[in-house]
Design a protein around this ligand. Structure first.
Ligand SMILES: Cc1cc2nc3c(=O)[nH]c(=O)nc-3n(C[C@H](O)[C@H](O)[C@H](O)COP(=O)(O)O)c2cc1C
Length: 460
């Protein structure tokens, strides 16, 4: 009897709160009810059927059993589940406008609402480049976290390194929206963002705050055995690259990059001069022999004039386009070797439309094409550049990577490190552990003991 009254009360309160909140008269808990209007009779809420009760019971039972089972599995298995579970949200993201979906993804990563990789990278994937330790060679390319909002969350996904930017000296809006277009069947994107950036000051503030936190993490972490953990970057675990751009209206590109160096290089494990975005008029002309030589000299001088501690200044890399002639590539290689550029990123997006995408009407949108259709083109120029620079300059292979086998092909073509963007946009966090596992498998299968051993294997 008591139980029945209890249920009735709960039903009544639920009805008043959730179903008809506006029509419910305020309750007056006073002894006299003389002035209180009578409560209207409640409509009969149907009792749940036997079938419904059974279903609820079974669901609760399953949840309890699932929870109990989950509590017995080890951390690595649970982590694997979490990464796989992120695939469930991919259809929801695919439904949204690409830029809205991207914004949501960055915000989620900035708030830590993404899985955190707890499984250590396989030793075969670890490598040293520019005196920094990379736990794996798979990085997130520039353009995803343009304003350094989510560095920790993104590194926590298990990327070996994350490159933020491109950052311009003065904040700028970029091109009008829409400016990102999906070609899902082709695994590609076209973008004409045009360096939308909050500017170097906002990014420096963010990186400054994170830098302190990451440094603290380094000094307070030690392995269970009590040994010092070998960390990656200068500001803690994980490597951070900062990609510099120029303002659309600026007449003096070198001055823009120098400003970026002065403001941001103290936080960077490496710096990138991006002269290959197709969406800023005139930018790609800076890849010409003379222009590149003058530009790199000025930027190197600005960097070297600054005060540096024991670890020295961050390495300076140049990011190039995939739409370059043989002559262009020879010029860039000659400048890079002569000026001892620390690395090249090959490549940015393409303005070409390969046969695989041209039937798609979206392919007519102006902008840079990225993703699968870019793979062969960017891998070919990577190979050429590896040969031209005789393997003396670390190269980052970027363009169309969507599997561990793709990453392996880039490495065999001459890349020491690799980066991706578009495939991550489509596949989400679950892609990263898969790529790393597949890459390790490819290396082992061919008898390599490390990534370094496989670099340029197809060019020998
Ligand atoms: C929406 C979008 C924005 C990008 N923004 C930048 C950028 O600001 N700076 C840059 O150097 N590259 C930028 N890129 C190029 C990527 O870093 C990368 O070089 C290119 O997409 C090829 O890699 P992927 O095929 O794995 O995407 C952008 C790419 C996309 C799709």
């Amino acid at each position: 009897m008591k139980q029945k009254v209890g249920f009735a009360l709960i039903r009544e309160s639920l009805y008043r709160k959730l179903i008809k909140p506006s029509s419910a008269p305020p309750r007056h808990y006073c002894t006299s009810s003389a002035n209180v209007p009578p409560t209207p009779p409640l409509p009969k809420v149907p009792h749940s059927s036997k079938k419904g009760r059974l279903l609820t019971g079974a669901t609760i039972g399953l949840l309890i059993a699932g929870g109990a089972y989950a509590s017995t599995v080890d951390e690595a298995t649970f982590c694997g589940w979490l990464f796989s579970a992120t695939k469930l949200v991919n259809p929801f993201f695919a439904f949204l406008d690409p830029e809205v979906a991207h914004r949501l993804a960055v915000s989620a990563a900035a708030r830590g609402w993404v899985p955190r990789e707890k499984r250590p990278d396989l030793p075969i994937l670890g490598l040293d480049v520019w005196g920094r330790r990379f736990s794996n060679p798979v990085g997130l390319a520039a353009g995803f976290d343009k304003n350094a909002e989510a560095v920790e969350g993104l590194l926590g996904l298990g990327f070996g390194f994350v490159e933020v930017g491109s950052v311009t000296p003065i904040p700028q809006e970029g091109n009008p929206k829409p400016r990102i277009f999906r070609l899902p069947n082709e695994g590609a994107l076209i973008n004409r963002c045009g360096f939308n950036s909050e500017g170097i000051v906002a990014v420096a503030k963010r990186l400054g705050a994170q830098h302190g936190k990451r440094k603290l993490e380094t000094s307070s972490t030690s392995s269970p055995a009590g040994d010092e953990v070998k960390h990656g970057g200068k500001a803690g675990p994980g490597i951070l690259g900062v990609n510099l751009g120029k303002n659309k209206t600026s007449e003096d590109a070198a001055a823009d990059y120098v400003q970026g160096v002065h403001t941001l290089s103290q936080y960077a494990d490496y710096l990138v001069i991006n002269i290959s975005s197709p969406n800023t008029p005139g930018l790609r002309q800076l890849q010409g022999r003379k222009q590149l030589k003058d530009l790199v000299k000025k930027i190197q001088a600005a960097r070297d004039e600054m005060q540096w501690g024991e670890e020295g200044p961050p390495p300076l890399l140049v990011k190039i386009a995939p739409d370059l002639s043989k002559q262009d590539l020879e010029d860039i290689a000659a400048v890079a070797l002569a000026l001892r550029v620390d690395g090249l990123i090959i490549s940015n997006t393409t303005i070409q439309r390969p046969d695989s995408v041209s039937p798609n009407p979206v392919a007519q949108e102006t902008g840079g094409l990225s993703g699968k259709p870019l793979f062969n083109m960017s891998t070919n120029i990577l190979k050429e550049m590896y040969l031209l620079t005789k393997g003396r300059i670390p190269l980052i292979g970027c363009g169309g990577i969507s599997s561990g086998e793709d990453a392996y092909k880039k490495i065999r073509a001459g890349a020491t490190l690799v980066q991706l963007y578009t495939a991550f946009g489509y596949g989400g966090p679950a892609l990263i552990p898969n790529i790393k596992a597949e890459l390790a498998h490819c290396l082992e299968k061919d008898g390599y003991k490390s990534v370094h051993e496989a670099v340029g294997a197809d060019c020998r």
